[in-house]
Design a protein around this ligand. Sequence first.
Ligand code: HEM
Length: 260
Amino acid sequence: MQSLKWRACMQMEPLTNDQLPIIPDVHEQCICRKGTLGLIQKLTKPFIYLSVMTCDFNLFLANLILLAHPPNKVIAAGETRSACHVLNAVANHGILPHDGKNITFWASNTTVRQTFNFAPSLCFFVLKFSADFLGRSYWVDKFDLEELSKYNAIEHDASLTRRNAALIPDQGRPDLALVQELLSVATGKGKGGKVLLTKENLSKQLAKRRGEARAETPEYSESLFHNMFGSADSSMSLTIFGSRVDDLRPMLTEERFSGN
Ligand code: HEM
């Protein structure tokens, strides 16, 4: 009886004949509730639509007057970013909180996974690993993007788009010279003559970066785990962004999605 009542109320649909004699009061309640909701909707609809349109028009006017953020300066003072351009892009677009703060580990798993069609297992692994190295619970705790850049946790020397943390402690921004260099080594050719970054290009560039980074800072460190992580990250970029330099450029330089 309880579940029938619940069903009737949730669905707000007339019950079948055999249910009616059992719970006539529920049927009446539903009809009554439907009527009340209909009336409230009728009364509030014009007000809500008008408010939204007014608000929207005001935004349109404000956008005509206000200066747009330059593409590579969308991060306001006090906002934080990580050593991962992919997560930064998600925050830059406001899919994760724009200030990059107080992000729930488990909720960001869904967000990142849905944004990039990234494997749930890998997404869980990386975020659980992050929660563990920060000494937090994956299930209930939160993080700020910059906290992911803890040296030699996931963040490591010889990255493709960042100089070693010993040289540049703020790992939240790309080194544009490194990004240009990376994109310039692309030799692949795709449909319509699109320039592609190939696995070979990436491997050579990673090897070059490891040599350079070793020479750049005496504190340089390298481990099998970080090398594997760096290589896996790079190949994920190829798969997810289709290797296309045109699409990788905005992602790596401005940490935003390409308009294509
Ligand atoms: C799921 C949560 C993720 C976390 C916690 C995370 C974290 C990180 C961190 C801390 C780094 C810095 C490593 C370094 O020092 O180079 C990094 C780099 C990187 N991440 Fe992520 N990441 C995530 C998802 C992704 C996804 C979905 C992609 C997809 C393409 C990706 C691609 C990369 C790449 C290519 C790098 C290397 C950048 C470089 O070498 O400069 N990440 N990530």
